[in-house]
Write a protein that binds this ligand. Structure first.
Ligand SMILES: [Zn+2]
Ligand SMILES: [Zn+2]
Length: 694
């Protein structure tokens, strides 16, 4: 960065002297202050209370007059947002030292505002780059943004960083923080800056300036100490405000994601407001790693992904398949009880069908490429909907037949880019617990209430206590982007709203988030670590019934178009299973555990009693495994415990004589001896109530 000398253009003091005008600053409590143009948020904070001034991290302003200075944001919004000119039309975060030059609403954000952490992390990336250039001055800088869990910086340096280098970078960052250097915003002419960067071999910074700024502009830099970075900000007031920081890991990344380009070193780090928050973060990560379904899937022999077969395709091993059978049996029985009819449909269909449904047009990039057969081209199905419509249309329907509810555990295949797959969570082939409801407009509300009831039953049954609901609606100002009439949309949205309020469920409405073909309700469950998982969806569709010209004969003898609702509750069986594994850390409740009881005969001579115990448990419907190996008792117990078997039943002479078993309960240890009949009665009750306790 040497040689780069941005000219001062807008530091607060200078502007203040230049201006004699007053502006009005509206504060969140409704107060309005008249201050000279050029006053900074920090000065306003100080005039309110010095405590607020020292607690403030960043400011949020939104102009009272809007509609000017709007910038197009290009095709990479995240980067454009970091490097492009300020979007001055809407609300935005600014430095505490930014001069205010127009009438604004001003909010001072402290550590309590979640946005503040992102600003701290962005500034931490500057601190990291400062440290790297001090230690390795030959390094060239790339992109350095905040992320949801921290930040990273891309560096170009021929020699890869070693673990020792990373430790040195972290130690130097602590020094940069201790120096408490103010972050000072500076501006320089674009052309001069480009020239400087190019001359110094800073090809990445030159690229960002060329790409995200425009000829003739002044471009924005931030200086701390001797370090200057091309950046639009905002940043915290000084490096000392980056309190707790850690370098976490190093990964390779190609410049601009293209493997023909130089390989960069992406150094990741994270920052928090305190060491305590940092420690909690890492404890949570450790806990999440302990629960990782890919690790547990292997350890408990539940499923695999086979290199030879291809990425994103799941092989369910016997123990995983047993859990799946229990999930599917429950789901099918529950569907029948709730008035659904079960159907099965093919895995492939002629391209013509996908043309009629519209998938050939708007969904083709998510589908496997066509297979050429002698009579036509076929595609593997990405969705089951058109198939259920064909069954509906196979015979005429009258209002008396409605609602029609078809349910299927349907295998679908969707194209995901190689390298993007993730265990059971992101796959190319999965099973939807899919259903389609065809009904009259007057039936919508009851159907939606029933869907929400069903979704609640799924979550409760599988052991989740908390969930969040979102209602995605359309943007009525953008009519051209949506299929279906305004009347239909209003009816659908109000039915969803009424259904939710009838259930007394709190929800968040997200306008403009609906698919083009109809509004929807999404249910996100909260797992034991507080993570949110999007699973159940209840989705309206005005598009497919029209495309397939679906109809029913109404009470009036006329033909009408039915309303169609897609709904999936597990979402994907694979994904739900992945969430279950992580939620329970592989220690499934008794009713789901693939092996519910591990039997441990103490020696060879208890073989006959082991067979008797096994037979009685199996007769009672339990899944049991006997370890008859000639191994030490403790080794057998340990093996069952590693498999997270809910109960380990141990027996020797004493138990055999008493018709008893010695019970070791998962998570509770040795519970002593119990008559077999009593144990069976207890376990039966736990299974019947689908208890999560043992
Ligand atoms: Zn920056
Ligand atoms: Zn569907």
């Amino acid at each position: 960065m040497s040689g780069l000398k941005p000219s001062f253009h807008g530091p607060p003091g200078i502007l203040k002297i230049m201006s004699t005008q007053n502006i009005s600053v509206h504060l969140p409590d409704g107060a309005v202050r008249q201050v000279p143009s050029g006053t900074t948020p920090l000065e306003i904070a100080n005039s309110i209370s010095p405590r607020l001034a020292s607690a403030a991290v960043v400011a949020r302003i939104s102009p009272l007059t809007t509609g000017k200075g709007m910038q197009a944001s290009g095709e990479q919004p995240a980067e454009a947002a970091m490097y492009g000119a300020d979007d001055t039309a809407g609300p935005r975060l600014v430095d505490l030292s930014a001069p205010l030059t127009e009438d604004v609403h001003l909010e001072l954000l402290t550590e309590k505002n979640p946005e503040s952490l992102k600003v701290v992390r962005h500034s931490a990336a500057h601190v990291m780059a400062t440290a790297v250039l001090e230690l390795f001055p030959e390094t060239k800088l790339g992109h350095g943004p905040a992320t949801d869990s921290g930040f990273f910086y891309d560096f170009y340096r021929e020699k890869p960083f070693t673990p020792d280098d990373l430790a040195a970078i972290e130690a130097r960052m602590a020094q940069v923080i201790a120096r408490d250097e103010p972050f000072i915003r500076e501006f320089a002419p674009r052309e001069k800056s480009l020239e400087d960067f190019e001359r110094d071999g800073d090809f990445m910074k030159a690229h960002f300036i060329a790409r995200f700024t425009h000829p003739g502009e002044q471009v924005s830099f931030y200086r701390n100490g001797n370090f200057v970075d091309f950046c639009r900000g905002p940043n915290v007031p000084s490096t000392g405000r980056v309190k707790s920081v850690k370098v976490t890991n190093l990964a390779g990344a190609y410049w601009l994601g293209d493997e023909k380009n130089p390989q960069l070193q992406r150094v990741y780090g994270t920052a928090f407001f305190s060491k305590k928050e940092m420690d909690e973060h890492f404890a949570r990560l450790e806990e999440a790693a302990r629960r990782d379904h890919r690790v547990l899937g292997k350890q408990l022999d539940l499923f695999s992904i086979q290199e030879l077969a291809g990425a994103g395709l799941i092989f369910w091993h016997p123990k995983g398949a047993m859990i799946r059978k229990i999930m599917e049996d429950w789901m099918r029985d529950e569907c029948l009880e709730r008035g659904y009819q079960l159907v099965y449909t093919p895995h492939v269909a002629r391209v013509n069908l996908w043309q009629t449904s519209g998938h050939e047009g708007f969904y083709a990039q998510n589908m496997f490429t066509p297979m050429e057969l002698d009579d036509a081209d076929y595609r593997v199905k990405p969705m089951n909907c058109p198939f259920h419509i064909l069954i509906y249309q196979n015979s005429p329907k009258s209002y008396r037949d409605l609602p029609v509810r078809y349910a299927e555990l349907g295998n679908v295949y969707r194209y995901e880019r190689s390298g993007t797959m993730h265990g059971l969570l992101r796959v190319r082939g999965f099973t939807q617990d899919d259903a389609h409801i065809f009904c009259m407009p007057s039936q919508i509300e009851d159907e939606v209430v029933a869907c929400i009831d069903f979704a609640e039953a799924v979550l409760k049954t599988f052991g989740f206590k908390e969930f969040q609901v979102e209602l995605s609606t359309w943007d009525p100002k953008d009519r051209a982007h949506y299929a279906g009439s305004e009347e239909n949309w209003n009816l659908a949205v109000s039915s969803l709203e009424r259904a939710l309020s009838r259930k007394g469920i709190a929800y968040k409405t997200i306008p403009g988030e609906a698919a083009f073909y109809g509004p929807k309700i999404d249910v996100k469950l909260v797992d034991v670590l507080g993570r949110l998982w999007q699973l159940s969806t209840v989705q309206f569709d005005f598009n497919l019934p029209a495309r397939f010209q679906m109809e029913y004969v109404g009470e009036d003898g006329e033909r009408h178009q039915p309303v169609m609702v897609h709904r999936a509750l597990f979402g994907s069986v694979e994904r739900f299973f992945g969430v279950l594994i992580e939620h329970y850390a592989g220690a499934f409740p008794l009713w789901l555990a693939p092996v519910q009881m591990g039997l441990v005969p103490i020696s060879e001579r208890h073989k006959a009693y082991a067979e008797k115990v096994e037979a009685e448990l199996k007769a009672a419907g339990f899944r049991v495994e006997v370890d008859a190996r000639n191994e030490k008792m403790n080794a057998k117990i340990r093996d069952f415990a590693n498999q997270k078997t809910p109960y380990i039943l141990v027996f020797g002479d004493k138990e055999e004589a008493a018709g008893a078993v010695s019970v070791r309960t998962r998570g509770k240890g040795d519970q002593g001896s119990m008559p077999l009949a009593e144990f069976i009665a207890k376990a039966e009750a736990l299974v019947a109530s689908k208890s999560t306790e043992l």
